[in-house]
Structures are given as C-alpha cells and as structure tokens.
Design a protein around this ligand. Structure first.
Ligand code: FES
Length: 127
C-alpha cells in the first residue's frame, strides 16, 4: 500500500553556519542548529525574546514557516534598540529568528551574531 503523500513527512537538509544536518519537516530551525552544533547565539533559550538567534537566509528562506507575532515583535524591537544603526544593514534581508522558524524544505542560513556566523557569512559572500 502506498503512503499518503499528504501525511508523509520527509527529511530536509538544513545548513546553519555551514553545518549540515537533515531534520524532519516541521522541525524548529533553532533545534536543528543545536543538533548541528552550529553555534547560534541563544540568550533567552529559544523564547523569541532576545533576537540573538537572528539568521539571514542564504537560500530556501521561503521554506521557513511564516514569522510568528512574537518574532515580528522581537525583530521590530531589535531594529529599534540602541545600536540599531549597527543592525540596520540587515534590514530587508529577510532576517528570521531561528527559534521561531520551522523548516518546511531545504534551507541554508547564517547567523547574524557571533564568530561562527561571521565566518559563515564571509563564506557565503554576505556582509
Ligand atoms: S533564542 Fe532568543 S530570540 Fe531566539
């Protein structure tokens, strides 16, 4: 008997800060980053409050779930906080919070903060 394609979940490839991992469709990007040891920052523990897990999609950004209200609120604050001038360069680049994003298909992202993110951004030609 053939599996029902509507209910069949599939494995999808995630690349986070250059670290590759296959996860089940619907898996949280933040958890994939932890599993892949991608070294994303995560000050609030994945609650959507600190925005330190911010990532920029390199490819497949459309394969992430739609932003949550929490994500939209946190990113709006993040761009408005002190040092927002530093963050302005990320505006319009589809910044997402890994802890609020769920994987629907193959995706590659790089972290906005941290040494691992900087190295991955340089490798991807994003600055
Ligand atoms: S870990 Fe704090 S917003 Fe994602």
């Amino acid at each position: 008997m053939a599996a029902n394609p509507k209910t069949e979940r599939r494995r999808v490839r995630c690349v986070i800060n250059g670290r590759e991992i296959d996860v089940w469709e619907g898996y949280r990007l933040w958890d994939a980053a932890l599993d892949a040891n991608a070294r994303l920052w995560k000050w609030c523990g994945g609650e959507g409050l600190c925005a330190t897990c911010a990532v920029v999609p390199v490819s497949g950004g459309e394969n992430l779930s739609a932003p949550t209200k929490t994500e939209n609120f946190s990113l709006a604050l993040w761009f408005a906080k002190p040092l927002a001038l530093v963050r302005r360069r990320w505006k319009g680049r589809g910044v997402r919070l890994a802890c609020q994003s769920y994987v629907r298909g193959p995706v590659e992202v790089v972290g906005v903060l941290g040494k691992a993110g900087r190295t991955a951004r340089e490798a991807a030609g994003i600055e």
